[in-house]
Ligand binder design. Structure first.
Ligand SMILES: NC(=O)c1ccc[n+]([C@@H]2O[C@H](COP(=O)([O-])OP(=O)(O)OC[C@H]3O[C@@H](n4cnc5c(N)ncnc54)[C@H](OP(=O)(O)O)[C@@H]3O)[C@@H](O)[C@H]2O)c1
Length: 285
């Protein structure tokens, strides 16, 4: 079985590529730059197409001949709907048999633009007439990785969220495995699956788990939003990206990001990786 995968070179794309490969699929990756191919080939991709999700012709050429597409959109992208529509149009022309759309948990939280755009994109997928499966993943545990060395050096788990608001974070590897299940096993057409992690955890809870694994004190700190903005701008984030991040962080602070892990557990047929397991993995690297 050969599957086309968009945004394959990103953090999610690489995890999904690995999971699809482990599930026995052959994967063609849609990438922007040929120079990305050797690393993706090393991860197990079998072929590649170079193109841009903003360009209908390159999308159509890539989708041609494929029965299954796993579509991951670029994060917080203002053209999420237009990109999804281009892929739908290409799929309708070329006879796609399953459009797997990687959405987000709680797309109905319209106050956060990228949730709202994914909700509208889901509507387009459902009404397109293409057989589809939608996965709605929660926030990743892997957001800890970029700050891991600073957590160890400073003894501080600092993220731009209230230290008390709870998130059902999931291990990206579990979310990728679930995406591979719906793409490679029968019985998942016309389904929408909310994918939440095993336990609701605040930044304080996470700091306590990290303390236990490292055997020394780590405390939680809520980075103020103006500090987040400064860091994002220094890292080159666009005005649009900064605005989306600030809106999201403020919204999650007010309402949390909790979900139920039953569907993810059912799809995987096993227990989910816990935050403690993920921290132990990081500590051993
Ligand atoms: N982070 C989370 O906790 C979370 C939770 C739920 C859902 N999600 C969703 O997961 C998705 C992927 O997020 P991510 O963090 O994996 O993103 P990422 O690491 O930034 O990867 C995005 C990928 O999209 C590619 N891309 C961007 N614009 C493109 C274009 N115009 N044409 C072709 N490719 C393009 C990039 O290509 P280059 O490599 O060439 O730059 C990159 O490989 C997003 O839709 C996000 O909303 C994330």
């Amino acid at each position: 079985m050969t599957i086309l995968l968009t945004a394959a070179n990103g953090r999610t794309g690489r995890a999904v590529l690995t999971a699809l490969k482990e599930a026995g699929a052959s994967v063609k990756v849609f990438i922007r730059d040929e120079g990305q191919w050797p690393e993706l080939q090393a991860l197990g991709a079998s072929a590649y197409a170079v193109g841009d999700m903003e360009d209908a012709a390159s999308i159509e050429a890539a989708v041609e001949g494929f029965e299954k597409l796993v579509h991951i959109g670029p994060p917080m992208h203002p053209h999420e709907i237009e990109i999804t529509d281009r892929l739908i149009d290409a799929g309708l022309k070329t006879g796609l048999k399953q459009f797997i759309y990687y959405s987000v948990m709680h797309p109905l939280r319209r106050a956060v633009r990228h949730h709202r755009l994914k909700l509208d994109a889901e509507e387009h997928v459902i009404e397109s007439g293409l057989p589809y499966t939608i996965v709605q993943p929660t926030r990743y545990m892997q957001h800890l990785a970029p700050i891991w060395s600073s957590v160890k050096d400073k003894g501080e788990h600092a993220m731009a969220f209230s230290t008390e608001v709870k998130f059902n974070v999931a291990d990206l590897r579990d979310l990728a495995d679930a995406t591979a299940v719906v793409a490679t096993q029968p019985g998942h057409l016309y389904a929408t699956y909310e994918l939440a992690g095993p336990e609701p955890l605040s930044q304080t809870d996470m700091a306590a788990i990290i303390s236990e694994v490292l055997g020394r004190d780590v405390t939680a700190r809520a980075i103020p939003l103006d500090e987040l903005e400064q860091k994002a701008r220094a890292a080159g984030a666009s005005d649009d990206r900064v605005e989306q991040m600030l809106t999201m962080n403020d919204h999650y602070d007010r309402f949390g990001f909790r979900g139920n892990p039953n569907v993810l557990r059912w799809l995987l047929g096993r227990e989910l990786r816990r935050f403690q397991d993920y921290v132990k993995d990081l500590a051993q690297q």
